[in-house]
Design a protein around this ligand. Structure first.
Ligand code: GMT
Length: 375
């Protein structure tokens, strides 16, 4: 198949899933054309069967807001015609689904009926999608797609609850590449953070308010009252300054490391013992799945799609949203003994196996085939 993939190229779960999907499809012999305003972050090299088409948005004095949506549609038309694409797969509804719809209509005038698949990821439905300035376009974009997928059952239910749509949504969960994410021995790295055998807690996110990074710091302060430990805060974003301020205020600077946008996150996960995800909104929780693949149990909130990933008492624990003491208590339960930690490590890894990329990519492939066959 020849597939056009559009996503946000910046750090963010939807861009990661779109890129990993495209790379895996290319490895299976499909031709994959990424169409976006910049190279997706995870597209660090261009392997065989992968192509990148940059959407140029020129600035004209008349435009206070240059029209990315229109430029994207035009690029989709151009790439579809010249690369003979079979299907456009857009990740994140806004504005990609509506741009794809416009491209589809333009292509009809060229005698081409391009199929469009839209994948809903998260804030395109739960946050930005509910902005009244976008609702009619999001509804329309979803309903006019030839196929729609969502990354969790919860997101499917939410989408149907929030929007007036008739399109059937297929749930295809996030997936994990075990060739990249597995627990590797990293003795030097471990020594750098845990010189005295301290257990390591880790949080990875884009530090947006909904990730509640401050609660990671607060729960860690409770853990420290009971045992020696270190905390790695990986990523960057608007809440970092506030988290740094809190660390200083609590006198925890010697125990907490701000790692920034550390590229090889699997290395840090490989030396970690518990992953903390206190998010107030999470449609699936890809970062938690990456941790679990590296054998790191997860202490998370019990919201959104997280219960579909994290099994309470097996792969980690689900906690009440905002309950910092409960998160600390559950982390301590995991860390109470080597036996307990090993049991949860195995539980986390076994759970991650259910989301093996090899299986999930095939589900996407079969879905494309169905859509192309007009089912
Ligand atoms: O909100 C983000 O963190 C980014 C967002 C995105 O769409 O780029 O991530 C969402 O998509 C991921 C991949 O499908 C999911 O694993 C994340 O749970 C989801 N984030 C939220 O719902 C907050």
């Amino acid at each position: 198949m020849k597939i056009g993939i559009t996503c946000y190229p910046t750090f963010g779960g939807s861009g990661v899933v779109a890129t990993e999907l495209g790379l895996a499809l290319a490895e299976r012999g499909h031709c994959v054309h990424f169409i976006s305003y910049a190279m997706p972050m995870r597209l660090t090299h261009i392997p065989p069967n992968v192509f990148f088409h940059e959407v140029q948005v020129n600035v004209y004095p008349l435009f206070q807001y240059p029209s990315y949506d229109t430029a994207l549609s035009s690029k989709m038309v151009d790439v579809t015609l010249h690369e003979k694409l079979d299907l456009l797969h857009v990740h994140y509804a806004i504005p990609h689904a509506t741009s794809a719809y416009l491209a589809k209509q333009i292509l009809k005038t060229h005698g081409r009926d391009i199929k469009v698949v839209t994948t809903l990821h998260g804030t395109d439905i739960t946050l930005i999608g509910q902005d009244p300035n976008y609702i009619p376009s999001v509804e329309f974009g979803i309903d006019q797609s030839d196929g729609v997928t969502a990354v969790s059952d919860w997101l499917k239910t939410e989408t149907n609850r929030i929007f007036n749509i008739s399109k059937e949504i297929k749930v295809i969960h996030n997936f994990i590449d075990f060739e990249r994410f597995f627990r590797k021995p990293m003795p030097d790295l471990l020594k750098r953070f845990s010189s005295d055998g301290e257990r390591i807690l880790i949080h990875v996110s884009n530090f947006r308010p909904l990730k509640r990074v401050n609660e990671v710091v607060l729960m860690f302060a409770e853990v420290l009252k009971k045992m020696k430990a270190k905390l790695l805060l990986v990523g960057d974003g608007p809440e970092r300054v506030e988290a740094e301020r809190l660390c200083r205020q609590l006198g925890l600077c010697d125990h907490i490391f701000f790692m920034g946008k550390y590229e090889a996150v699997e290395e840090l996960l490989s030396i970690s013992d518990v992953f903390i995800m206190p998010s107030e909104s999470e449609t699936f929780g890809l970062a938690a799945l990456e941790a679990m693949a590296c054998g790191v149990p997860v202490v998370s909130s019990n919201i959104g799609g997280l219960p579909e990933l994290n099994i309470d008492g097996e792969s980690g624990f689900l906690c009440e949203l905002g309950n910092v003491n409960m998160m600390a208590e559950k982390a301590l339960t995991i860390l109470q003994s080597d036996e307990s930690l090993l049991r949860f490590r195995e539980g986390a890894f076994a759970r991650a196996k259910k989301f093996d990329a090899n299986r999930v990519i095939e589900i996407y492939e079969n879905f494309y085939k169905e859509i192309l066959a007009g089912n």
